[in-house]
Design a protein around this ligand. Sequence first.
Ligand code: C2E
Ligand code: MG
Ligand code: MG
Ligand code: MG
Length: 277
Amino acid sequence: QAKKAGRNTLRFFDPKMQEAFNIRATLEIELRRALESKQFQLYYQVQVDQLARPFGAEVLIRWIHPERGMISPLDFIPLAEETGLILPIGEWVLDTACAQLEVWQKEKSTKNLTLSVNVSAKQFSQADFVRQVQAKLSRYNVKPQHLKLELTESILLEHVDNIVISMVALESIGVQFSLDDFGTGYSSLQYLKMLPLNQLKIDQSFVRDIVEDSNDRSIVGTIIAMAKNLGFEVIAEGVETEAQKELLLSKGCQHFQGYLFGKPMPIEQFGSLLKLK
Ligand code: C2E
Ligand code: MG
Ligand code: MG
Ligand code: MG
């Protein structure tokens, strides 16, 4: 009976578990099809300096589902990681970002813009990841300095030695690294000095209440001071108000990202935003 129903069918006694399983199985099948049917899109969220001048963007993936509309990466990236689909999806993201950098590099007004690309731990620990990145850079003739890879502390749960080797290889050709969601993970400060990082990204959970919560203020101040001592640039994410920005600025943070400056948006809109600034 179970065999006849196919390998994606399991029988649960609890109807709620059954339903959860069915939803996940359907999502997985649809996720497999999404790439070939071009249902993914990159959104661009501006990153600005202390004078609110755009210097680049973070690319954030969106799944435009034909029936269910826009699906957040929070709702499919974990499944993509579990199933290994993150590998082809991640390669598509990298390819699309590099294609955009090539376009920008050709225009005087956009030639210095950088793109930050999120890379999951699974993707980064692929044996040929370094070669994959190099291939994209040369395919589109992109200056490696314009590409910033965002890693989270979860990367450190993998074999740290191999991670460092790959990072050093990419760093040596000029690729930049940012440590995303900093402060929310498990990393030991010991690792910070081992990794060739250019940027620490202060997680939005510390930024959110920075105006009201003196503990968050202290934590953020400490992260900024430490990053500076280690020679890393600091960027704050999730900046939504002028008051948050001013506070961060007073603590020495000089790079910002958040709704205050722009929400993630399709490339056409991002182009207009750049022209307005
Ligand atoms: P993240 O890399 O930490 O990205 C920041 C998230 O904060 C984004 O959510 C962004 O839309 C949101 N955000 C930005 N500014 C503000 C703000 O001012 N206020 C608030 N409340 N939120 C803000 P998003 O786009 O839903 O992405 C969620 C996560 O999904 C990302 O977190 C990242 O971990 C992952 N992700 C997104 N795109 C990719 C991708 O191409 N590859 C991989 N592996 N992961 C991705
Ligand atoms: Mg990120
Ligand atoms: Mg983040
Ligand atoms: Mg996050």
